[in-house]
Every structure is written in structure tokens, then in C-alpha cells.
Ligand binder design. Structure first.
Ligand SMILES: [Zn+2]
Length: 132
């Protein structure tokens, strides 16, 4: 156990944060990809939190499309991604709209996620997938 890397696990803060926000967890790309804020479905607050608690890391800067300003590129830390795959997503499967949970509108016909303000619906096959 002596060669276990120090950062092989996410901090308790990050763990709790991601478990309560499966949509944020699902929005984070795999560690093999670098991305910019605009490319992922994160709000500023979530992004700032993840950065502050080292769930993601800055990997450099890029020019934007118009070559006018520099934009940061990011990477999801491998331990964050591993935690999401192992703990967050299996428990809280995401509906196609990106929200968690499944509610039945019409049994065997029509389902929706657990958010009252979301209008998206999906079929029984998807519902089964979301529920795992
Ligand atoms: Zn939804």
C-alpha cells in the first residue's frame, strides 16, 4: 500500500458535492480530454467549486476562435472521473435531459425525470437504462 498515490481518492468535499449534483458529475469529460468552460454543461458556480477543490485542473490556455482572448483549458482529474464512474452515476442515473431520477407519467409508455420544471419525456427502454 506504500505506493498508493496521494491523490488516488477525491476529497470528502468533492465527493459530497458530486453526489448531490449528478448532473454536474455527468457533465465532466473523461480525463483524456481537455476542454474549455464553454464546451461543457457547467455553470460558473459549479466550475469554480470544482476548481477550488481540485476536482479539475487547469492545463493551459488557448486562443479563442477569433483569436482575441485567451481561454483556459481544463482537465478532469482522473480520481474525480473514477469516483464519478464508480459512485455517482451508478446510483443516480441520468435521464436524457441531464437530470436525475425517473418518474412515471404513463406506465410502460412515458417517463420524465424528477424535476418539476423539466418537460422532457422518454420511453420505457430509456427509463430502464436510467434506473440501471
Ligand atoms: Zn429533466
Amino acid at each position: 500500500m506504500t505506493d498508493t498515490p496521494r491523490h488516488s481518492e477525491v476529497s470528502r468535499r468533492v465527493a459530497a458535492y458530486l453526489q448531490h449534483r449528478p448532473a454536474v458529475a455527468a457533465a465532466l469529460p473523461a480525463p483524456s480530454e481537455t476542454w474549455t468552460f464553454r464546451e461543457v454543461a457547467l455553470d460558473r458556480e459549479a466550475h469554480a467549486k470544482l476548481n477550488k477543490h481540485d476536482a479539475i485542473e487547469s492545463v493551459g490556455q488557448d486562443r479563442d476562435r477569433d483569436d482575441r482572448q485567451r481561454i483556459h483549458t481544463w482537465r478532469t482529474r482522473p480520481e474525480t472521473h473514477a469516483f464519478i464512474q464508480r459512485v455517482v452515476l451508478p446510483i443516480d442515473g441520468l435521464a436524457p435531459c441531464g437530470h436525475s431520477g425517473v418518474r412515471t407519467i404513463e406506465p410502460g409508455e412515458c417517463y420524465t425525470c424528477c424535476r418539476d420544471d423539466c418537460e422532457e419525456t422518454f420511453g420505457p427502454a430509456t427509463a430502464r437504462e436510467v434506473l440501471g
